[in-house]
Design a protein around this ligand. Structure first.
Ligand SMILES: Nc1ncnc2c1ncn2[C@@H]1O[C@H](COP(=O)(O)OP(=O)(O)O)[C@@H](O)[C@H]1O
Ligand SMILES: [Mg+2]
Length: 250
């Protein structure tokens, strides 16, 4: 196994930590048959990678062994954002190396300086991510991951742009949709949900992210634009949406 050090691990605010704790609890209460979870959204920049990383860390703090797989081979940001460095000074290999048959599993699996957190990075962008995800290597990786980790979190490409998440969903026990306040339209969110449903994966719930938090009085804001509000509306969002559907207001 390779080893990487993560130089940039942001401290979370109190609100963020509380919201994350709620999300983690919700996931743990989904049952012990929910071990492999994909995290997606309808459009880019809603916070999938952020939520996946924060949730992974939070689960390790509960003593879980967690593998984070960056499957977004179109827009891979984690290596750069986390300032990941190979401990031996070498190149960091990733999922695209594995799925294209260039590297073996043990060459793309990294331990990190966060105890119990393991990572598979995305690797260089490839022109055909959906196609290589459908090959046997991905299934083998998931089989291995199930045996060796308590949780496997998969950071996916957004559903609006590609069908990667639907392909990945076949290998997962559950899916979480990240919805950033005021970004995707209701129509896009509903369509993302349908795409996931078609793939047959269990939708565990939604995370409302980037919530604008208003202070009472003086009209100022606190927490900044990105309040962070993980975990709320978990599962609830869709019920509201269904009711709307019945009234024919969609
Ligand atoms: N709750 C949050 N609070 C502050 N910044 C956030 C939050 N969620 C996401 N961001 C920021 O928004 C941008 C997009 O997030 P990212 O996780 O890369 O989205 P995605 O993986 O869905 O494309 C990043 O700059 C990230 O730091
Ligand atoms: Mg991302």
């Amino acid at each position: 196994m390779q080893s990487v050090s993560l130089g940039q691990v942001k401290e979370q605010s109190y609100t963020m930590k509380e919201s994350l704790r709620a999300l983690k609890t919700n996931i743990q209460f989904c049952g012990d048959d929910v071990q492999t979870i994909l995290i997606t959204s309808s459009i880019p920049n809603e916070g999938k990678s952020t939520v996946t990383m924060d949730l992974s860390r939070s689960l390790t703090e509960s003593g879980k062994r967690v593998l984070l797989i960056d499957t977004d081979m179109r827009k891979s940001v984690l290596i750069g954002r986390l300032r990941a460095k190979d401990r031996n000074g070498g190149e960091i290999y990733g999922l695209s190396h594995l799925l294209s048959g260039q590297r073996k599993l043990e060459e793309v699996l990294y331990t990190t300086n966060i105890p119990k957190l393991f990572m598979v990075f995305a690797g260089p962008s490839v022109p055909n991510p959906t196609e290589i995800l459908d090959k046997k290597y991905f299934g083998e990786l998931m089989e291995f991951a199930r045996k060796h980790f308590d949780y496997v979190l998969l950071d996916c490409a957004p559903l609006g742009a590609a069908i990667d998440a639907a392909v990945i969903a076949k290998h997962c026990d559950g899916a979480v949709i990240v919805i950033a306040q005021g970004m995707a339209s209701a129509r896009m969110i509903v369509s993302a949900r349908r795409q996931l449903e078609t793939s047959g994966v269990r939708i565990l719930g939604a995370v409302l992210n980037k919530v604008r938090m208003k202070k009472i009085g003086f009209g100022s804001y606190y927490g900044g634009y990105y309040g962070g509000y993980y975990g709320s509306y978990y599962g609830e969002y869709y019920n509201r949406d269904d009711r709307k559907g019945k009234k024919g207001t969609k």
